[in-house]
Design a protein around this ligand. Sequence first.
Ligand SMILES: [Zn+2]
Length: 192
Amino acid sequence: MLISSMGVTSNAGRVLSGRGKKPSGTAPELDEARMAELARFTARSLSTSRPRPFGAAIIHTKSGKLLLRALNNVAQEFDPTAHAEVRAIRLATKRLKQVSLAGFTLYTTCEPCPMCMSTALWASLDRVVYGATIEDANKHCNQILLPATEVVARSDMKCTVDGPVLRDRCYGLFTDPRMLKAFRLWTTRKRT
Ligand SMILES: [Zn+2]
């Protein structure tokens, strides 16, 4: 599977389950297997001219089928809202021609920012599973330091937030030398 110029891949129908295990939707080993797959997908961007540590995937909660994956595309689209999670949600609702993503789970290499977590709530996603934390990301780029669980707690909507899952693996996307070099060009880079 190749990363398209838009930083999106589609793999509809593929079942992301653990080795030899039936997908139950919430088993920790399934979350780790899916996060590892997402980290691999996101890491491919490190070899391109636009490395990005942020990737997101939307998976059918019960079947484990992958709907789609997306990368952060802020610089490419000149869109400060083009975070991986928001893009994945927008692409999924458009593809399904429905505004609700109830029955789906969002995996993301980093804890969603308040904008992305809010979008997940408005989309009625079942669960959000994240890798690195907002604090991890904040070592390299600006963040709004509001935990995803706090966004959920202050809303009328329900969404289970689980993480960190494979935190070190996902944080490794931020500390890869190619990514550290790329951060110097980010308008949202952390200035210390
Ligand atoms: Zn975000």
